[in-house]
Design a protein around this ligand. Sequence first.
Ligand code: GDP
Ligand code: IMO
Ligand code: MG
Length: 431
Amino acid sequence: MPGIAVLGAQWGDEGKGKIVHLLSKNADMAVRFNGGTNAGHTVVFNPDQADQAGESEFRFHLIPSGALHPNCVGVLGNGMVIEPFALAAELRQLSEQLGQAPRIWISQNAHMILPYHPIVERLEGATSELDTTAKGIGPAYRDKTARHGIRTCELRSPGRFQELLAQNLARERAIFPDSQELQELDPAKLTEQILAATDGMRDRLTDTSLLINRALDEGRAVVFEGAQGCLLDIDFGTYPYVTSSSATIGGVGVGAGVSPRRLERVIGVAKAYATRVGAGPFPTEETEALGRRLREQGHEYGTTTGRPRRCGWLDLVALRYAVRLNGLTELALTKLDVLSGLDQLQVTVAYRREGERLTEFPTTLEELSACEPSYQSLPGWSERLESCRSFSDLPPSAQRYVRFIEEQLELPVGTISVGPSFHDTIRIAGG
Ligand code: GDP
Ligand code: IMO
Ligand code: MG
């Protein structure tokens, strides 16, 4: 059985959680390979019955969304940064909601987000200048790259863990000598608290690359759940307005220890319009009435931070970039229902820069800031879509909108999502 990657094709929050959960119904393993508590993935589902009644909302930050299915074990891969208190809280919350703890494995090589990371991020101004999620993501990945990060395997040797923590704290205090918050962190006390929080979790630490590869060898289905999205990728996103990990296909290789050759399907998840939360370029942003309408209709407020998301029209130049970088084999188009009631829909098919027509996404901020979107107008539809369960149930204009995207991207749309619920989904044959 194949590996299936599910990747954000825009600026995050595309509905990856819902799509991963859907695909994991028949999978044995769902794997996160990048990011940390900056991710917020939502699933709306009733685990006790197959119908739509009594559904609850489940929010995932570190645990893969597929772990909601009892048959599917969640794996937190080596490319993630794991905040121990947040993981304990998430496990507790999911256990309460499900009536049992989700099964997980945690990479012993994954780095940890520790209490000094969010403090340092704020002191450096990244939270305000880049408008990050303030979870300490950048500083945690920086410690990793600078080769003094602390990995989860260190939790097995409390003495060494405390020593490493003390060294890292001393380093940060030397950089920010006036920070009372850093002064107040006590390595011994923190070690004790972290050990208490991760009690019962430490026996889940393992070589997850081996685990995943064995599952694939045995013919089991494994779903790789991307966090963030292509335009937030550390290498290919709108740098420096990006996150600090690889949200594109390469992230699966380095963040899970799996060869890309094992992936049979690479599914890009994209909203039927576009959103971005946080600062940075967003060529098709609509700041007036339409932006507000999409935000309210689509409930576009961050799952992790509650921040309002910036909204705008679908950008096919940006999506074409995601198709190319990731070698997408299909698209999952979400939130098509949110567009109901608009007379005309605009879709960006190209950018204009100094009289020139661009169809490829520019890779520097300077180039991007000089671009104007070139729109093509398509007819909208008034009908609500929540009850549509097959492509032919969609109004003709909605069908045309989907077909237009397929033609422009030269990529099949395999799944259309028309509501937050597991059931509000159209699967297209061959997709
Ligand atoms: P993720 O980070 O990519 O997993 O996406 P988020 O969970 O942060 O944001 C997507 C939001 O849209 C969540 O609140 C979902 O419940 C919701 N959602 C997902 N698919 C659809 C859809 O097709 N229609 C509507 N209206 N909401 C959806
Ligand atoms: P999911 O997985 C949307 C954004 C932040 C900020 C930038 C850097 O739910 O799609 P960071 O805290 O990562 O250093 O912030 O990236 N960002 C996201 N936006 N969805 C996410 O995750 C995001 N994770 C980070 O708003 O602009
Ligand atoms: Mg999200």
